[in-house]
Design a protein around this ligand. Sequence first.
Ligand code: ASP
Length: 340
Amino acid sequence: MKNSLAAFAALAVLTTGCAPDTPKTPETASPPPVTIVIHGGAGALAPGRYTPAKEAEFIAKLNEALDVGYAILDEGGAALDAVEAAIVTMEDSPLFNSGKGAVFTREGKNELDASIMDGATLNAGAVTGVTTVKNPIRLARSVMEDSVHVMFAGNGADEFAEQQGHEIVDPEYFYTEHRWKSYEEALEREKQQEDSALPIDFKYGTVGAVALDAEGNLAAGTSTGGMTLKNFGRVGDTPIIGAGTFADNKSCAVSSTGHGEYFIRLTIARDICAQVEYADKTVEDAATDVIHGRLETLGGGGGVIVLGADGAFAMVFNTDGMFRGAKSATGVNTTAIYGD
Ligand code: ASP
């Protein structure tokens, strides 16, 4: 399948004896293969965009995030913990558009969004427009676990973070020279464009993770600085449950990256899981239908990572590339940037 990869867990059915008269022991499904899949954003990532040294930096950080998340799963830890840890690793890296390294709004600020969902309980937490919280994904989890709400916005989210004892930073912490340069270039390009469409070399850089633990529980999370030059108060898909993030043990876990307005209108993450649940589609087919079908028809760009309850996963995008990786008890251990 174009721009995608899938691995299927061997659901071995153990029986003893094969002679007709030998009584069979009850069928036993093997435990699900613990798996983590991550992304670091999709976009105009054609080969040659980065020097080999820069590519190696991205790959090393993706591997670090995978290893951190996978180690938790391998030790019997929860999918939610693996998702959070993998995302924190990428939020702390200036390479990605989340946490440190977030893109700038039109007003030259960094406003961060994140969400997380537990596939076992359908509990979810999200934050949007936070400006002082070092790790928005931790705050999203805290909204899920320490409040009776699902989403906090703006000052309220920052205030909740302080109340809950999250690490607070000066907004300056999020500044990086390369994002500021992109901001200035985007302003310049915009002046030269007649319409308000995104520049064609636009690169999304959101981060996300989906995981399956040894208990068979799925979780998904996503974190972003949003889109360069986003207008005041703009909310993308990342903090919207069902658009940027969704997880349900009955179907799958999804994290999205791309032009958020399209992902919201198509409820991309929920649509993929609905197709898996109600139409019995594989995660690969459902993701392909939504990204190469519905999203493309509407004119949107981006990608998703999807993980099923059986360990099957897909990484599908309609852009030139998507930073991505997967690690599983089945032996899969892969990272990539560009398309096939
Ligand atoms: N989906 C994010 C947003 O629209 C951007 C991204 O994926 O990089 O805010």
